[in-house]
Design a protein. Structure first.
Length: 392
């Protein structure tokens, strides 16, 4: 197998070897179901609680406020449906943004069919939510605001603290999908004024199939999974013990990495080099997302006159993995809803390409991309009638 240059880390990251090592004993030796009353099971249960403490510390929450889930999608569903169904007597109005992940958007579309009313806030050309529109949208029957912390496609960081203050002043619950923010920027649920917050392990070097939902103490919420008495009756189902242990360890490591200026500077330096190189070598390219308020591993561009999927195929021939947007919309013929919300026309949005770096990304990999991409773009443009028309 040829060497893979993996630059699709917003889709998933490689598991940190230290995380894997922490999980192995709970796949082999300590395999008891933690719901058992015997000593073997209770020892496993203790380790789950230690992992809960690690996740809570990572978010500046209390262990009581952490519920383990199967990942970001379940956490988002739990937060939104749980609040909606528990508070429908107060109202059925929910506010979100037009650039949310589909785990949020499709959950809200489901709730619309159940009689809830959803307001989709506009964003500016960088993807920042319109705060004035948010304030004007709040009504007496508004029960929830759900705005993501950092966008998975363009990397733009939203003014979550300010939104949280607005929600709190209006007695409205506030949820943020922090799946792309976790491990990249500091998360402090107290400072951010959030009531609910979603994370997923595989986005910051943890295992797939495990996530967590922060639920502030006192929040009125209904469970969406029914069965046994797991997770204090909030989330039924036998615990994913190895995944929970791995998530706890991933949170520990992420906390250390966020304080490591060498890791942070390396990612930003390489992302900046990639962005600068592309703009210098390829004409007619648009950089999407906020120029400063953007997570430091993400570069989203639109290359005019060609389609992003065609470029991805060319890059794949060279062993380079990137994406044209969210991994959850892979295979869709429609352009990114995020880019359309920024005001980009369909024909330009179709030419999108997302590179997302990790702490494992090396400079020679960026050099390889800058060596391969210009030729791939020119090859495809030579076949494009739009490019030929422009040159006439």
């Amino acid at each position: 197998m040829k060497k893979i240059i993996y630059l699709d880390n917003n889709a998933t990251t490689r598991i940190d070897k230290r995380v894997l090592q922490s999980m192995l004993p709970y796949l082999e030796e300590y395999y008891a179901n933690p719901s058992g009353i015997y000593y073997f099971a209770q020892e496993v249960k203790k380790e789950i609680e230690k992992a809960r403490e690690k996740v809570a510390k990572f978010l500046n929450a209390t262990p009581f406020e952490i519920i383990f889930t199967s990942g970001g999608t379940e956490s988002d569903n739990f937060a939104i449906k749980g609040i909606a169904f528990a508070n429908r007597e107060k109202g059925k109005h929910i506010i979100t943004s037009s650039i949310e992940h589909h785990a949020v958007l499709n959950t809200l579309k489901y709730l619309e069919k159940q009689g809830f009313e959803i307001t989709f806030l506009p964003v500016d050309k960088y993807g920042i939510v319109d705060i004035d529109a948010l304030k004007e949208s709040i009504r007496k029957d508004t029960i929830l605001i759900s705005i993501m912390y950092a966008n998975n496609e363009i990397g733009t960081i939203e003014p979550i603290k300010e939104i949280g203050e607005i929600a709190r002043n209006n007695n409205v619950y506030f949820h943020t999908d922090a799946v792309q923010a976790a491990g990249k920027i500091k998360i402090d649920v107290k400072e951010l004024n959030v009531d609910l917050l979603s994370i997923s392990g595989h986005k910051f070097y943890g295992p797939k199939g495990i996530g967590a939902l922060f639920i502030r103490k006192g929040v009125k919420i209904e469970p969406v999974l029914h069965g046994g008495h797991h997770e204090r009756n909030q989330r039924a189902g036998t615990e994913n013990v190895a995944g929970i242990i791995g998530l706890g360890r991933a949170c520990e490591i992420a906390e250390e990495d966020l304080k490591n200026t060498e890791i942070k500077n390396k990612k930003k330096k390489l992302k900046d080099k990639l962005e600068k190189g592309i703009l210098e070598k390829i004409p007619e390219v648009i950089v999407n997302g906020h120029p400063e308020k953007r997570i430091d591993n993400t570069l989203n561009i639109c290359i005019k006159y060609i389609e992003g999927e065609s470029i991805l195929i060319q890059l794949d021939f060279e062993g380079i993995c990137a994406s044209s947007g969210s991994a959850c919309t892979s295979g869709s013929l429609e352009p990114s809803h995020v880019l359309l919300a920024l005001g980009l026309p369909h024909e330009i949005a179709h030419g999108s390409l997302r590179f997302s770096l990790s702490k494992y990304t090396e400079e020679e990999e960026i050099d390889k991309v800058l060596e391969v991409l210009p030729g791939a773009v020119q090859k495809l443009r030579n076949l494009s009638p739009f490019w030929k028309e422009k040159k006439i």
